[in-house]
Design a protein around this ligand. Structure first.
Ligand SMILES: *Cc1c(COP(=O)(O)O)cnc(C)c1O
Length: 227
């Protein structure tokens, strides 16, 4: 799809207005909600108009795809904050640490150990979110809700990682609200401040439940070709 700079500006303005309206409606307390623009499957020249329009936080789900697109975009636009929102294999951890500013998909001890080692090697500390399998679905990755509090504590004290929040992808086809509410309860129990939840179809509901990061793809970039 052809994106012009003014299309990008219009979509960003609309999504930011909806975020701010949801914040006002469901506050106080006033919270800031970060918009993570999910640019997966879109090419660098389709992402550039959003950078031109001032968006700086982006999410990608594949290390290789991010490696192809983002070094060039960073060179042109500077202060980008890139979040990994897809599953991470340990053999890609080094590349992920080099490319990303935040890992939202920390979901097992082995990955925590490897990430810590790679961060030390690179002399870089990165904030991480623990991904929670909030619907208990066999096909989804993430820590089981019952294990979240212990896993977060272990990542902090044993693995030495900077765990700032929880992230979830609720089951398809059912209302997401109760899952978002559950993630908020788990976040409070685990002692983390941030909640990454809500996508194009449900980010306002997520904000009502306490989201601090919403991950919006198709509402900004348009429909993705099925991959
Ligand atoms: C693709 C993706 C999104 C964005 O989904 P949209 O419905 O296009 O907004 C958000 N989070 C994750 C983890 C994704 O993989």
């Amino acid at each position: 799809m052809e994106q012009t700079a003014s299309d990008a500006q219009d979509r960003l303005t609309e999504i930011r207005a909806r975020i701010s309206h949801a914040q006002q409606r469901f506050g106080p307390p006033a919270r800031s909600v970060a918009l993570v623009a999910v640019s997966k499957t879109f090419a660098a020249d389709e992402i550039a108009p959003f950078l031109e329009a001032g968006q700086r936080i982006f999410g990608e789900n594949r290390v290789q795809e991010a490696a192809d697109k983002w070094p060039g975009l960073r060179e042109r636009y500077g202060d980008v904050e890139l979040h990994l929102i897809g599953p991470l294999q340990t053999n890609k951890a080094r590349e992920a640490v080099a490319l990303f500013d935040c890992i939202q998909t920390l979901d097992r001890d082995k990955l925590a150990v490897v990430l810590k080692a790679e961060m030390e090697r690179a002399g870089k500390t990165m904030p991480c979110f623990v991904q929670v399998n909030i619907g208990g679905e066999t096909q989804k990755s993430g820590i089981a809700p019952a294990e979240v509090v212990e896993f977060v504590a272990r990542c902090r004290t044993v693995h030495g990682l900077d765990v700032v929040g929880l992230m979830c992808i609720p089951p398809d086809g059912v209302p997401a609200g109760p899952y978002f509410a559950h993630l908020a309860v788990l976040g409070a129990a685990a002692g983390v401040q941030k909640l990454s939840m809500g996508m194009s179809g449900d980010f306002e509901t997520a904000i009502a439940m306490g989201a601090t990061h919403v991950r919006v793809g198709s509402a900004l970039f348009g429909h993705r070709p099925k991959t």
